[in-house]
Design a protein around this ligand. Sequence first.
Ligand code: CMC
Length: 431
Amino acid sequence: MADATKSATLTYDGTTYQLPVLTPSVGPEVIDIRKLYAQSGMFTYDPGFTSTAACDSTITYIDGEAGHLLHRGYPIEQLAMQSHYLEVCFLLLYGHLPKADELEMFESTITRHTMIHEQMHYFFRGFRRDSHPMATMVGVVGAMSAFYHDSTDVGDDRQREVASHRLIAKMPTIAAMAYKYSIGQPFVYPRNDLDYASNFLHMCFSVPAEQYQVNPILARAMDRILTLHADHEQNASTSTVRLASSSGANPFACIAAGIACLWGPAHGGANQACLEMLREIGTVDRIPEFIARAKDKNDPFRLMGFGHRVYKNFDPRAKVMKQSADEVLELLGVHNNPTLQVAKELERIALEDPYFIEKKLYPNVDFYSGIILDAMGFPTSMFTPIFAMARTVGWISQWKEQLADPQLKIGRPRQLYLGDVARDYVDIEKR
Ligand code: CMC
């Protein structure tokens, strides 16, 4: 926790309160209101947490005005282009870039935890075949607490470590199994000779009937998608994980809560919603109609893949994703992809439109990711599970950081109560 060297003054009803001001290593200063209620009897009001820092953290920093994203200080563009997903996982979890032997050890540990308890296969079979893979994942990840009792004690450092490794390692297996189950194909076991992204593609696309060769271009593109989604500081699902964990809940239950939150279309569900929207638009000439709908106050329609609570500039992940979409389609020999054409033209028109300029609405990470995943052969229902798989390391890193904080308290927001004041119960015949 930063030490306060400055303070702010709040005067209300003739009384003045001194509030410490905390200085971050970079970013806006933070007014410390922890003692405000005790001193003044007043709460602060901030639904949606638009002006509230709920914790301190050293993991990820976003400058929304400039469009910068740093993990442990390293820019996301450098990590996406020069590093790879498991190295970024190590960085997020442990705070530094691994030396060669550290990386080798970490990769080997993750690779050797990829299989899931065999009995969990029967658990999958309880779901309807047409379940959305996210529905299956919420259930199966939560159920891990019933299968891995030896890593649910959050007070034990070693158990926390094992739970972290298990979650990062098993999430691709669970996501791939949810997919295979939804299309009626047999589950495919992980292969330890493949890297993380290639293994995931293998588990999704190989079938027992024939040899499957992982395309290295697609594996690299998948790895980049995972890297770009790895963490994003205190977003809705991460805050959900932190809140669930603040009560001492076990890590599998906390991550299941994060998956549930991620599923919503305003958050991780936007990648599925975005590709479906681009397909619905279909052709470039229909774009003005959709732009008009997005601007219409009486129409709930929003341009999916546009806008962000923190970025008031280009989402730096969207830039890399756009470049990646171009590369993947080119390398796969997919020319004149109609969805990509609609996406590019929609972006161009929206960025010139006063409504979007005024509200600082730019494409976010989900705008182009669906195009790449679609070209790889994934159905839209798998887009959010892939996001969940990638974000698991972010959730786990933030969970781990929170549990190590000696000041950890159960998360317990207060409210502005606007309901009835105390009144007497009325017997049913007198109502
Ligand atoms: N299309 C049209 N108008 C929009 C959009 C959009 N995509 N996004 C925001 N606005 C308008 C909104 O109507 C509001 O207008 P007004 O001030 O006139 O009421 C203004 O911009 C501010 O919007 P907000 O809803 O108050 O902003 P927020 O910070 O609460 O919401 C958001 C952020 C991401 C939920 C929102 O921009 C949105 O719904 N975008 C579409 C869904 C999406 O792409 N989500 C993925 C986010 S990135 C990945 C992730 O986090 O998982």
